[in-house]
Write a protein that binds this ligand. Structure first.
Ligand code: ADP
Ligand code: MG
Length: 279
């Protein structure tokens, strides 16, 4: 442990989740640049990339056809696209839950295509799936403790920081998570993922089923997490609002990248607007 509450022997060493103090731990052997910061980049390519991924479920037909997703430290990358486009499948592929038949997944330049999801967690990746992402019969705090199952160090500080980020969870720490509102459950799911002190947080539709106000609030918290240097790779059905906070955006159609650009570029692209943003 370095004394940093969120990070120990990996990744961004110089910040807690809510209190940003600039990019790049000075002792890091590999440094990456967040957009526009101008810090030196030692490795080639993005921090995390699912590069040209093709694959499907079991021996079934391919769902992904050369799909590419990437994100850098402190960035928010957003994946949008119609239902059934393969957004969740692409997230599973990046997290190692899918057989990638061709293409690769690389983290800090290292090929992790064949690592198990658990090994990816150990490398600093966290994934909040679209459904069944909390234990409803366990309390809020037990959910957070479950999130830290790989850790052998003191998790109390991290729990306190999750409560800092999501104060309502501190108030409801002793309540079964299943009794919480939809938005609060999503906070539990995100909090649980943060318990591993990840470098990359992958979120599949974190605002599904919540009101616009709760969505805005959750997006604000996600921005806060990204400001600490954690990469966010996120699928969103609220495409317009999500692209507004995105450094990078991907429009996925039938398992392929239909459009890629900054959030701003996609929001102002007439084709994207007409087909995916309701004009
Ligand atoms: N576990 C699974 N086994 C087989 N096919 C699946 C599975 N999950 C999703 N699919 C199929 O993969 C395609 C893409 O689904 P999905 O990735 O969930 O799309 P999205 O998240 O963009 O709505 C769909 O045709 C869906 O039926
Ligand atoms: Mg999905």
């Amino acid at each position: 442990m370095t004394g940093n509450p969120w990070q120990d022997d990996r990744g961004n060493k110089d910040r807690s989740i809510t209190k940003s103090s600039g990019a790049g731990g000075s002792g890091d052997p590999v440094r990456h640049r967040t957009m526009g910061s101008g810090a030196p980049r030692v490795t080639d390519g993005p921090f995390l990339i699912g590069d040209n991924m093709t694959g499907g479920y079991g021996s079934g037909a391919d769902i992904l056809h050369g799909c590419t997703l990437a994100v850098d430290p402190g960035q928010i990358a957003v994946i949008v696209g119609p239902n059934g486009a393969g957004k969740s499948t692409a997230m599973k592929a990046v997290f190692g839950m899918l057989n990638v038949r061709s293409g690769a997944v690389r983290l800090e330049g290292e090929d992790i295509t064949h690592l198990t999801p658990q090994d990816r967690v150990a490398k600093g990746m966290a994934f909040v799936p679209q459904t069944h992402n909390i234990f409803t019969s366990m309390t809020v705090e037990e959910n957070l403790e479950m999130g830290a199952f790989l850790r052998r160090d003191d998790i109390g500080k991290t729990i306190a920081q999750v409560y800092d980020l999501f104060p309502i969870l501190g108030d409801k720490r002793r309540q079964p998570a299943g009794e919480l509102s939809g938005g609060q459950r999503q906070q539990v799911a995100v909090g649980r993922a943060l318990m591993t002190k990840p470098r990359v947080l992958m979120l599949d539709e974190p605002t599904a089923g919540v009101s616009p106000i709760v969505m805005d609030e959750l997006f604000d918290r996600i921005i806060e997490v990204a400001r600490t240097g954690i990469s966010i790779l996120m699928v969103e059905q609220n495409a317009r609002q999500a692209l507004e906070i995105a450094d990078r955006g991907y429009v996925l159609v039938q398992g392929s990248n239909a459009f890629t650009g900054t959030g701003e570029e996609l929001l102002s692209n007439p084709d994207v607007r007409a087909s995916f943003l309701g004009g």
